[in-house]
Design a protein around this ligand. Structure first.
Ligand SMILES: NC(=O)c1ccc[n+]([C@@H]2O[C@H](COP(=O)([O-])OP(=O)(O)OC[C@H]3O[C@@H](n4cnc5c(N)ncnc54)[C@H](OP(=O)(O)O)[C@@H]3O)[C@@H](O)[C@H]2O)c1
Length: 252
């Protein structure tokens, strides 16, 4: 799926990775539908997108609300007739040690990362079943196995990953392609560098945007990056649970 002359919906477009992808795609003659809650940031971004030669529809919405999310998809269809690519990227995590977390805070991570994904996933599948398209999901390496201080965030990202895996199997005969993106630590407003144990692991936003668009364009099933994060996660998956948990416990 070449990412030019397309209609592309991006959630979480007001800052960070979503904004970065919207800007990169705006230089390739696309129709962009950008959504998030902070409308003033979306309006500002829309002006740049249009100055770069693409068209833009701004739909401010809370992706935790299924009605508002469906309305965004409907607005995209009304404006451009179809959506070729949906990049479901809204979300974000905060460090949350479980010795002091309240249930509402833990569930809040699920709402911010899982609900915001599902509320767009379902209407997008409905819309793309006939015509086909690409649905990309911004997950996280933190959704691979339990990590200290990011359990609620990791659990929410893991839920999204499993749901997308099921979609890929069930809808294999459809023309919808599902791409799971797992960026490692990336400098954005959403990252607290103090929470990253090894600062050298953090990559610039431009690098992450490049990797994500590369994966979407090639319709890769999944892409975890950078390589050193992918290697650490692969190692963690192969280690016996007891050994991995001991090592992670010592790291905090
Ligand atoms: N940066 C990293 O190191 C990293 C690593 C792995 C995965 N990720 C994932 O990458 C995605 C983008 O994060 P980022 O790093 O770019 O952080 P960011 O700059 O904080 O961007 C998060 C985006 O999500 C939107 N959002 C959050 N809650 C929303 C809601 N309820 N309704 C609508 N939009 C909502 C925000 O917009 P509004 O606040 O305007 O609504 C914002 O546009 C997230 O899913 C995050 O979990 C990031």
């Amino acid at each position: 799926m070449k990412l030019d002359h397309k209609t592309i919906l991006i959630t979480g477009a007001s800052s960070g990775l979503g904004r970065g992808m919207a800007l990169a795609l705006s230089r390739r003659d696309n129709n962009l539908v950008i959504t998030a809650r902070r409308e003033h940031l979306l309006q500002e971004l829309a002006r740049t997108i249009e100055a770069n030669g693409s068209r833009c529809t701004v739909c401010a919405a809370d992706a935790m609300d299924s009605k508002q999310s469906r309305a965004v998809v409907e607005a995209a269809l009304a404006a451009y007739g179809r959506v070729d690519v949906a990049i479901l990227n809204a979300g974000g995590g905060v460090a949350m040690p479980m010795n002091s977390a309240r249930a509402e805070e833990v569930l809040g991570q699920m709402r911010t990362n899982y609900d915001t994904f599902v509320n767009f996933l379902c209407p997008m599948i409905e819309q793309m079943q006939g015509s086909g398209g690409v649905i990309a999901y911004t997950g996280s390496p933190a959704g691979s196995f339990g990590l200290p201080r990011s359990g609620p965030y990791g659990a929410a990202k893991a839920a999204g990953r499993l749901l997308l895996d099921s979609c890929r199997i069930e809808l294999a005969r459809s023309k919808i392609r599902f791409v799971a993106l797992f960026p490692g630590f990336t400098y954005t407003d959403g990252l607290d560098p103090d929470e990253v144990p090894i600062k050298a692991l953090i990559i610039p936003q431009e690098r992450a945007v490049r990797e994500m668009l590369y994966a979407i364009e090639r319709e890769q099933q999944e892409r975890m990056f950078p390589r050193r994060i992918r290697h650490l996660i692969t190692l963690g998956r192969y280690l016996p649970d007891r050994v991995r948990n001991w090592a992670l416990g010592r790291a905090v």
